[in-house]
Design a protein around this ligand. Sequence first.
Ligand SMILES: *[C@@H]1O[C@H](CO)[C@@H](O)[C@H](O)[C@H]1NC(C)=O
Ligand SMILES: *[C@@H]1O[C@H](CO)[C@@H](O)[C@H](O)[C@H]1NC(C)=O
Ligand SMILES: *[C@@H]1O[C@H](CO)[C@@H](O)[C@H](O)[C@H]1NC(C)=O
Ligand SMILES: *[C@@H]1O[C@H](CO)[C@@H](O)[C@H](O)[C@H]1NC(C)=O
Length: 171
Amino acid sequence: MLFHLLLLSLGTLLCHGLNQGGDASNLIVNAIVAKNNISVAECWAIEPGFAASNVTGTVGDLTLHLGNIENAVYIIIPNDHGKPNNGGLHNGAHSQWVFALTGGVNVSFPDAPGGFSVSAGGIFISTDVQGTSTNGHQSIWAAGSIFIQAPFPDGVAVNHTVIANHACEEK
Ligand SMILES: *[C@@H]1O[C@H](CO)[C@@H](O)[C@H](O)[C@H]1NC(C)=O
Ligand SMILES: *[C@@H]1O[C@H](CO)[C@@H](O)[C@H](O)[C@H]1NC(C)=O
Ligand SMILES: *[C@@H]1O[C@H](CO)[C@@H](O)[C@H](O)[C@H]1NC(C)=O
Ligand SMILES: *[C@@H]1O[C@H](CO)[C@@H](O)[C@H](O)[C@H]1NC(C)=O
């Protein structure tokens, strides 16, 4: 009983911290997807949700499986005297996770309203690869940001439920 209460409160914490709403037992992330050749945001709940670890070293901690990852890349945005780095309009290089370690990014869309911001420690998913979206999206990274791109094997996105047809923070 105590254990369940503990899990519940941890889940609530996660919901207010890491997550931006929705079911506290799932990781909630913004995803860039292509629809009818246009890049837009969706809000995804990653499946399956968090579970208490029984693995040595993390027993009892909430863990969530990110699925398989292939040829992940660690990327450093130049400092450039503190100027944000605008990569211009582009398609996602791969269908992939993006983990912001430091800095942060603002994502926007040339052909659709909305967008989202990810700060240091945040996560998003990008799936609008070449051939799926004519103009792609725009990412403006803070100077000196460090992030990891972690492609899904064979381009197949991690299991998820679409919980909104817009960014997670939009109502
Ligand atoms: C997307 O648009 C491009 C050029 O505008 C076109 O060549 C392509 O066939 C379109 N793809 C789809 C899936 O509609
Ligand atoms: C740990 O949990 C997994 C998944 O629920 C289960 O298959 C496995 O048997 C458990 N291992 C131990 C040591 O309890
Ligand atoms: C992202 O947008 C916010 C709000 O408009 C702004 O304060 C911040 O400087 C932007 N970050 C970057 C890297 O452009
Ligand atoms: C995704 O879900 C499907 C259907 O439930 C399942 O067969 C598959 O193993 C899951 N994949 C992963 C990576 O969890």
